[in-house]
Design a protein around this ligand. Structure first.
Ligand code: NOJ
Length: 517
C-alpha cells in the first residue's frame, strides 16, 4: 500500500518487451530480461493472499464489532476515495464460491486475516467472545482443508477494534495492547490451532506505524496535523508491535506449538533501495540506512533479539523507546524460535542522502526516496500504481539482504501489481493482464536465481491478491487481483494470470531443482 490512487492510463506492456520507453512522460529504464520459467524446488508452495477488511464486507453481521477501518472509511470528508469496505467483495457471504474458485486455481495455500472484531467485538481481554465470528472462520478453514489448500492465518491486518482505540489509543498504550492482543491470539489458537500450521502475528508493522501514525493516510489516520505526533507516535507504535509479537510468539511456543505443531512469525514489507548516485558513498550508505529504518527496525529486535539498528538510535535518541534488560533477554530467547521470514515486496526505489540535519518527524533515516536515479533512469516500467515499478533485480538483492541478515527461510507472503490502466478497462480487457503475467513471471525467475545462484532459501510465494479488492485509501481503483471482481454485480472472473500461474508452477516444479546449500 502506498499513498496514491492514481492509475496510469497507458498500455505499458509493449514497453516490457524491451526497447520501447512507453509513454513519452515516462522516464527511460533498462530493458527487462525475458521470462525464462526457471525451475523451483518440488516442495515450493504457492498461493494467494487477502485481508479481512479488504474482501469480507458485512461489517455488522453476526455480532461483528467495528474496527478502526469501519470508522476511517466513513469519515467525512472521505479519506478513502469515497469508498468503504461495507460490501467489498462480499466474501463473507460468498465464501463457498470463493473456495471453489481457489480450488480451481490449483493453489497450495491461502493466506487470509482474521477480523479481530468478529472474534471479540469490543476487542479487550475482558470483553465477550463471539461464537458466530469463530464459526465463520471455522467454515473457511474447513472449506480450505477439504479442498487440500493450507490456511495461513494473519492475526492482524490493520483492523484494530475501534473500542480499543477509543479506550486507550490501541498501539499507543503498549501494556494494554500487549495484554489484549495476547488474549485475542489465545482465543484464535484455541479455536483454530488444531488445523492451522502457519500463523502470522502482524502484517506490515512499518505501514501500521508510519502510514497509520505518521502520515496518517491509513487508519487511524494520526499525524501531527490531525492531533497526533509524527515525531514520537510511530516509534511507540513500532515498540508495541514488537513486544506484542514477542508476547504472542512466546504464548504460542509455550502453550500450543507442541500439540498443534505449527509455526509463527511476522510479515515485514519493504522496497529495495538502490543508491541514487551509485558512485557516491553517501548515497550508498543512505540506501542501507533506508533499509534499516524500514525493515531492520522490526527485523533486528524480532529475528536477532537485538536493540534497534544503531543508525536509528543515533538519529532518534530517546524518541525511540528502550527495551528493558528483561525484554531484550526475552527477544533474544525468542529470536531463534522463528522458522520463517514473511516477506511482502513489490518494488525498488532510489535513495539519496540528505545533507542537512533531519527534521524531527523524519522517519526515513534522512533519505530522499526517488523513482529515478541521477541519470534520470527509472528502475523499470511503471505498473498501475505510480510507486510500483517492475524491478526483479531489486527483488533479488533484497532477498539476498534479508537472507544474509536473518538467515531464515523466506516466504514471499505478498507480491503482485495492477496492470497499467486496468481499472479503466472493461472486464474483457482487464482479464487479459499481460503486464501482471510478465511481472509475476520475472519475479518467479528471480526466486529461482536467488535459490540456485545465491543460496537463498525461499519456500513459498503468495500472490497479492486472490481477487480485486478494497485498496485502503485508494478505494476500489487499483486492481491487484488475479481474479477480476465487478463491484456492482460482485461477479468474479479469473484473469489470464491465473492460468499462467497454474501452468508455470506445474512446469517450474517439475524441474529437478536442488538447493545450493
Ligand atoms: C500490502 C498490504 O498488506 C495489502 O493490504 C495491500 O493491499 C497490498 N500490499 C497492496 O498495496
Amino acid at each position: 500500500m502506498e499513498n496514491s490512487n492514481v492509475n496510469v492510463n497507458v498500455n505499458m506492456f509493449e514497453a516490457l518487451k524491451g526497447n520501447s520507453l512507453g509513454s513519452p512522460e515516462e522516464p527511460p529504464y533498462d530493458p527487462l530480461p525475458p521470462i525464462e520459467d526457471l525451475p523451483l524446488p518440488s516442495t515450493f508452495r504457492w498461493g494467494t493472499a487477502t485481508a479481512a477488511y479488504q474482501i469480507e464486507g458485512s461489517p455488522t453481521a453476526d455480532g461483528k464489532g467495528p474496527s478502526i477501518w469501519d470508522t476511517f472509511s466513513h469519515l467525512s470528508p472521505s479519506r478513502t476515495n469515497n469508498e468503504n469496505g461495507d460490501i467489498a467483495c462480499d466474501h463473507y457471504n460468498r465464501v463457498e464460491e470463493d473456495l471453489d474458485l481457489m480450488a480451481s486455481y490449483g493453489m497450495d495455500v491461502y493466506r487470509f486475516s482474521i477480523a479481530w472484531t468478529r472474534i471479540i467485538p469490543l476487542g479487550g481481554r475482558n470483553d465477550p467472545v463471539n461464537a458466530q465470528g469463530i464459526a465463520f472462520y471455522n467454515k473457511l478453514i474447513d472449506g480450505l482443508l477439504a479442498r487440500r489448500i493450507e490456511p495461513i492465518v494473519t492475526l492482524y491486518h490493520w483492523d484494530v477494534p475501534a473500542a480499543l482505540y477509543e479506550r486507550y489509543g490501541a498501539f499507543l498504550d503498549t501494556a494494554e495492547f500487549v495484554a489484549d492482543f495476547e488474549t485475542y491470539a489465545r482465543v484464535c489458537f484455541e479455536a483454530f490451532g488444531d488445523r492451522v500450521r502457519k500463523w502470522v502475528t502482524f502484517n506490515e508493522p512499518y505501514i501500521i506505524a508510519i502510514f497509520g501514525h505518521h502520515s496518517g493516510v491509513l487508519a487511524p489516520g494520526r499525524s501531527t496535523e490531525t492531533g497526533g505526533d509524527s515525531s514520537t507516535e510511530p516509534w511507540v507504535v513500532g515498540h508495541t508491535l514488537i513486544l506484542s509479537h514477542a508476547a504472542v510468539v512466546g504464548l504460542y511456543i509455550r502453550d500450543y506449538a507442541g500439540a498443534q505443531k505449527g509455526e509463527i512469525s511476522i510479515v515485514l514489507n519493504g522496497h529495495w533501495y538502490e543508491p541514487w548516485d551509485a558512485s557516491d558513498p553517501a548515497d550508498r550508505e543512505a540506501a542501507q540506512r533506508r533499509l534499516e529504518f524500514y525493515i531492520a527496525w522490526f527485523g533486528d529486535p524480532i529475528f536477532l533479539g537485538k536493540d534497534y539498528p544503531s543508525a536509528m538510535r543515533a538519529q532518534l535518541g530517546d524518541r525511540l523507546p528502550q527495551f528493558t534488560e528483561e525484554e531484550l533477554a526475552r527477544l533474544r530467547q525468542l529470536a531463534s524460535r522463528h522458522t520463517f521470514y514473511g516477506m511482502n515486496h513489490y518494488s525498488t526505489k532510489f535513495a539519496k542522502a540528505l545533507h542537512e540535519p533531519p527534521p524531527l518527524d523524519d522517519c526515513t533515516g534522512n533519505v530522499e526516496e526517488l523513482s529515478t536515479n541521477k541519470t534520470g533512469r527509472a528502475v523499470g516500467p511503471v505498473s498501475g500504481m505510480p510507486w510500483l515499478r517492475v524491478a526483479p533485480h531489486g527483488f533479488r538483492k533484497l532477498l539476498g539482504w534479508i537472507w544474509a541478515r536473518y538467515k531464515l527461510p523466506i516466504i514471499v507472503t505478498e507480491n503482485g501489481c495492477p496492470d497499467p490502466g486496468e481499472s479503466q478497462t472493461p472486464v474483457e480487457q482487464a482479464i487479459e493482464d499481460k503486464f501482471r503475467m510478465t511481472y509475476l513471471g520475472l519475479y518467479l525467475d528471480t526466486i529461482s536465481r536467488a535459490i540456485t545462484e545465491d543460496g537463498v532459501q525461499v519456500e513459498g510465494y503468495y500472490v497479492w491478491s486472490l481477487m480485486d479488492n478494497f485498496e485502503w485509501s485508494a478505494g476500489y481503483g487499483p486492481r491487484y487481483g488475479i481474479t477480476h471482481v465487478d463491484f456492482q454485480t460482485l461477479v468474479r472472473t479469473p484473469k489470464r494470470s491465473v492460468w499462467y500461474l497454474k501452468h508455470t508452477f506445474e512446469e517450474r516444479r517439475r524441474g529437478s531443482l536442488t538447493r545450493s546449500h
